[in-house]
Design a protein around this ligand. Structure first.
Ligand code: GLN
Length: 445
């Protein structure tokens, strides 16, 4: 554990994957495991891991990448964090992220930008950019991230690692700082498919603290992992390989499709016609939910408080004005607007209807297919220096957002390179069928 932390700290001089290291607790926990002896039946026992900075860790800074929470130390562990601890893993620290998970490049963090370990001039993706970079740099074998519109899968893709966004409800969101509650889900980022399955087993399951967590049985995700893809039916949606997707990315996905055919699967083109409206609907739904969730940061109960306020109203306004960054403010404004009385039908209700259309498209395809194969992101990691306007950034999630809208499991698996930068492919599954995704990913790996 000491060596792991030392190595991670050294790597972090270039990469800045971590917001904070928790050396003290990590060493203490390691010593306890040393004393008790490693459990030979538990492969996770004594394994160092890292947690995204929006997951509550008892007594350890949990800032969600924001000035607003830059002094916040929770009094509890979130459920996923607690379960990882129970499983014997050792959390060495908190990983960097876009502020409140709003972004796709980890550039909006209060703690500075994270760099992509494959190329320090490139972004690591986001919002779980620190989580992905920490795994790719070899700091840890496992990190937990959160995914609202792609924040596990896209950074996994940009960093050449495996990232799983489980089915909505598979993992408890208790102790995850809420962004958009109907879309958020916690999941593992790992180097290998099998590691990923093992970790999902450790964190999945019903939790009485989260009423949206599912009591569906949690199977052993490794049980069928090596069964291959013979006879598996894989769908290739044509809309996900169209305009805006880099040629190298398209080629990598078509090559993956060929490999699956060689391995005995059937791969056929299908259509998901409403996915193209996903980004537009998401940028109504997610900000709406966020504007509500972020009301609690009022300068009173948590985190940052402006010092120069003359009355309560001013305290709220100044604390929020000073504590939130530009992107968070933009989302709060869009969300508040689309929820307001006169505009609710035109925006939020319409977006909810579009969401239903997207869900129905997936349902139709899954009547005939086991898995859907797409690119994870339209491009490999882009430059840290590029000028970025919000709309271009939002469009980068066009391939991952529909999966959150439909609550489906989706994972990103390394599928090639473009100019030395990793390309990820996305596998999308039926609700609660993460097992088949792991099986397909393992066969490919
Ligand atoms: N990039 C998307 C956004 O900015 C998704 C973020 C996420 O999944 N947390 O909202």
């Amino acid at each position: 554990t000491r060596q792991t932390i030392e190595n991670a700290k050294k790597n972090d001089e270039d990469i800045n994957a971590f917001v904070v290291f928790d050396e003290e607790n990590a060493i203490k926990q390691a010593q306890e495991i040393d004393k008790a002896g490693i459990d030979p039946d538990n492969v996770l026992s004594g394994i160092p891991v890292a947690m995204k900075d929006n997951m509550l860790t008892k007594g350890v800074l949990t800032s969600a990448g924001s000035k607003m929470l830059s002094n916040f130390k929770p009094i509890i562990d979130g459920t996923a964090v607690a379960k990882m601890k129970e499983a014997g893993t050792i959390n060495i620290g908190k990983t960097n992220m876009d502020e409140f998970a709003m972004g796709g490049s980890t550039e909006t963090s209060f703690h500075g930008k994270t760099k992509n370990p494959w190329n320090l001039d490139k972004v690591p993706g986001g919002s779980s950019g620190g989580a992905a970079a920490a795994v790719a740099a070899g700091d840890v074998l496992v990190s937990l991230g959160s995914d609202t519109g792609g924040s596990i899968r896209q950074p996994a893709s940009f960093n050449g690692i495996v990232g799983m966004k489980p089915t909505y409800g598979r993992v408890s969101r208790w102790g995850l700082i809420a962004f958009a509650s109907s879309l958020d889900q916690i999941g593992p980022l790992t180097r290998t498919v099998k590691d990923n399955a093992v970790v999902l087993n450790a964190i999945a399951g019903k939790d009485e603290h989260d009423m949206t967590s599912s009591n569906k049985e949690v199977p052993d995700f490794t049980a069928n992992i090596d069964k291959g893809v013979k006879g598996m039916k894989i769908a290739l949606p044509k809309e996900y390989l169209g305009e805006g997707v880099d040629k190298d990315v398209q080629d990598a996905i078509l090559a993956a499709a060929d490999k699956y055919r060689e391995l005995g699967a059937t791969v056929e083109e299908v259509s998901l016609p409403n996915s193209k409206y996903g980004v537009a609907a998401y940028y109504i739904i997610a900000p709406s939910e966020a504007s509500s969730n972020l009301q609690r940061f009022d300068g009173i109960r948590y985190g940052y408080r402006a010092q120069d306020a003359k009355n309560l109203e001013e305290l709220y306004v100044k604390s929020r004005s000073q504590g939130f960054g530009d992107e968070v403010k933009r989302r709060i404004m869009v969300g508040t607007y689309s929820l307001s009385a006169g505009f609710f039908d035109a925006y939020f209700k319409k977006a909810a209807e579009v969401r239903t259309l997207i869900i129905d498209d997936f349902k139709k395809v899954f009547q005939d297919y086991d898995v859907i194969l797409t690119p994870t992101a339209p491009t490999p990691a882009y430059s840290l220096k590029d000028e970025k306007d919000p709309i271009t950034m939002y469009m980068n999630d066009i391939l991952t957002i529909p999966v959150n809208m439909a609550g489906l499991p989706g994972m990103s698996v390394p599928a090639g390179f473009s100019d030395g930068l990793p390309i990820g492919m996305q596998l999308i599954g039926k609700p609660f069928d993460e097992s088949t995704l792991y099986q397909a990913a393992y066969a490919f790996e």
